[in-house]
Design a protein around this ligand. Structure first.
Ligand SMILES: [Zn+2]
Length: 338
């Protein structure tokens, strides 16, 4: 309740938002495009996109090719690829501190994918919005009902599709004022390994990052968010980001299950702990296919997912052109030692 005053202050500063929202709405992402990307990433040929595996590398190549065709500026170590050293044992996949770290296990290279859309405004182009999702999932594992490929169609091929589709739509122009770094991370399922590496080896000055929006599990509607076409934002009241989206009439509501601690359970938390207003957009409805081989393409609701991706596009457009979100009093998480 004590934060209400601050939301009012934020609302006063937003007089120009309706025009911005309309500019974003003029670009529409089609269900055909969403289906094209989702069916590739959740295909059995990607073998569940496990970190450090051939299937994970195949997914990375697919994403890099999409970033190239969109025309993003490569920001990895080698083109779009940021190389991430991992160690694989029977029980775990862990991050190595460097490529010369001799940690126990089989040494493999995993990949984050990084592409920049440069801002157009001479004053604001040095400010960077990070738009990300994790593309890794659980690989091939114990069969359930004869299916051993954990495709992760919802977790998080759906968020990966959102990042790529939003990048493509915004790259068509008009070019946003701020710069946008589009990132697809590896190793989230193993403990945010890819994001840990990204933050320790960030390709731009880290103090240029002004906001982070992640997308995680938007493949199915959530009745608690209002059903088809609706999504929710983790840590909604922690910063003014939620109020900014609401003011622009983007159909994104507060996370209806704060007891699940989703704000702390995905890549955005690593940015938030470093002081960046950072949230995750989702419509995860606690379905029983979570981390099961049945998290499959056949269970994706494409009309819903396309609607949420169009909301994500408008949200990113707003962050890149409008007022920046700031923490509400008490909303910023305590910095962690890294
Ligand atoms: Zn997961």
């Amino acid at each position: 309740m004590t934060r209400r005053c601050c939301l009012v202050v934020a609302a006063i500063a937003l007089a120009s938002l309706p025009a911005l929202a309309q500019a974003g709405a003029a670009r529409t992402i089609s269900a055909t495009e969403v289906h094209r990307l989702e069916s590739a990433l959740a295909d059995d040929s990607m073998e569940g996109r496990l970190t450090g595996s051939p299937g994970g590398a195949r997914a990375a190549r697919y994403i890099a090719n999409e970033m190239r065709s969109i025309g993003l500026l490569p920001k990895g170590d080698s083109g779009y690829y940021q190389l991430v050293p991992v160690a694989v044992t029977d029980s775990a996949i862990t991050l190595r501190s460097s490529f010369s770290d001799s940690a126990a296990g089989r040494h493999e290279t995993a990949y984050n994918l990084l592409g920049l859309l440069e801002g157009s405004d001479p004053k604001l182009a040095g400010e960077v919005i990070v738009v990300d999702a994790h593309y890794d999932h659980l690989g091939i594992g114990a069969p359930v009902a004869g299916d051993s490929i954990y495709n992760g169609a919802d977790d998080d091929a759906s968020g990966t599709v959102s990042v790529l589709a939003v990048a493509k739509a915004l790259a068509r122009g008009p070019r946003p004022k701020r710069s946008i770094l589009f990132v697809l991370t590896t190793g989230e399922e193993e403990g945010l390994l890819g994001t840990q590496w990204l933050l320790a080896h960030f390709p731009l000055p880290f103090d240029s990052v002004v906001a982070n929006l992640e997308t995680e599990m938007i493949g199915r509607p959530d009745s608690l968010a209002g059903g088809a076409g609706k999504a929710w934002l983790t840590g909604y009241d922690r910063s003014t980001m939620g109020a900014l989206l609401k003011r622009a009439r983007i159909p994104i509501v507060a996370d209806p299950r704060p007891a699940q601690h989703f704000f702390e359970r995905s890549d955005n938390i690593a940015f938030a702990e470093r002081g960046i207003p950072a949230h995750t957009l989702s419509s995860f409805n606690l379905h029983a296919d979570y981390h099961q081989p049945s998290d499959d393409l056949s269970r994706i609701d494409f009309a819903h997912m396309t609607a949420v991706i169009n909301s994500a596009m408008r949200a990113v457009d707003l962050l890149a052109n409008g007022p920046l979100p700031v923490w509400n009093p008490g909303g910023r998480p305590a910095p962690q030692a890294h």
